[in-house]
Design a binder for this molecule. Sequence first.
Ligand code: PLP
Length: 387
Amino acid sequence: MTNFDIVPNRRNPNSLNKWMWYPKDVLPMWVADMDFPAPKPILNTLHKAVDQGVLGYELPSKALKETVAARMDRLYGWKVKPEAVVAVTGIVSGFSVAARIACTPKKGVLLQTPVYNEFHEVKTNLGIPQLDAPFIKHVDGNILSYEIDWVIFEKQVKKAGMFLLCNPHNPLGIIFSRKDLLRMAEICIKNNVLIVSDEIHSELLLDGNKFSPLAKLSSEIAKHTITLIAPSKTFNVPGLFCGFAIIPEKDLRARYEKEVGNLRLHVSSMGLFAAQTAFSGQCEGWLADLRRYLTANRDFLVEYVTEYMPEVRLTIPEATYLGWLDFSQTKIKGSPYEFFLKNAKVALSEGRLFGREGEGHVRLNFGTSRKLLTLGLDRMRKALRSL
Ligand SMILES: Cc1ncc(COP(=O)(O)O)c(C=O)c1O
């Protein structure tokens, strides 16, 4: 069993990570990386590369593409040709490249909000319209759930060149049902909209939940879809910046690869080495332990908030290590992010960054030890009680 109760110290004056961003007395529960070391096989691979001594250029090998394709088959029974796999310098670069080939000043990017803050940067970086299709929010007791508003989705898709899907969803933790995925895909195809499915969180499944890639639903859907995956979130190696775009359709892939080439988006050697080990099946025991630990942390978070901060609403994420908390019914005036930073010395992610609907909300990263999660929640509870 991996011991996730042990959290290495990342406070290093020469580094600028989430532990160094705020003053020392602030507990960081924001950026989406975990406080745990990566699995041993990945670390061994990286040690070996360093010990060999030459840190030269590396290209994505045939073996690596085969490993990625084999993982899709093993996990989901999804048959992907190795040549359909394109290495990218992370998933944000991956969807930014897709937007460059699919969007224009007249055909924008469709998002389901609230959603991962970097999705909102695509419009700014490319000078294209952003089309929001906000979810319908439901409240049951203090538990939040979200549902697709099909009327607005169908309306917005007409003005889009690309639909950027987040599945599992950051920050809501939803794994979309097969029925919803089929319906979204059908609407996009009917309207000639490219589907880009960001599945970076697809292996961070809680409760033994299952996941299946959107593109696996049918060969027609696969033809219109770019699937983005990475070992980065799952195995906690996001700083190595290596991800993959899976593009079964040849012409679409050629256009995508051309743009990647034009931008000179070369993946670092360490990222490629780590991905090979991560996806080869050597870290599955570690991953099973991680899922159990994160599921227990998720349960602890939900129970803690329900018992000690009952006026706070929150989701029960099905995947990811991200909680979504709604403080709009509490006495906090203004941004809860600012309130907790000042009064609890806890740094959360500002809900407003995820879209207009995020006002009064924060995202909380529970990819940490139970001890630090408890410390953060205790501080938040105390600050709330002082109002
Ligand atoms: C949905 C989603 N996509 C992409 C990323 C970041 O990907 P990368 O660091 O590989 O660009 C994140 C990180 O939080 C994420 O949540």
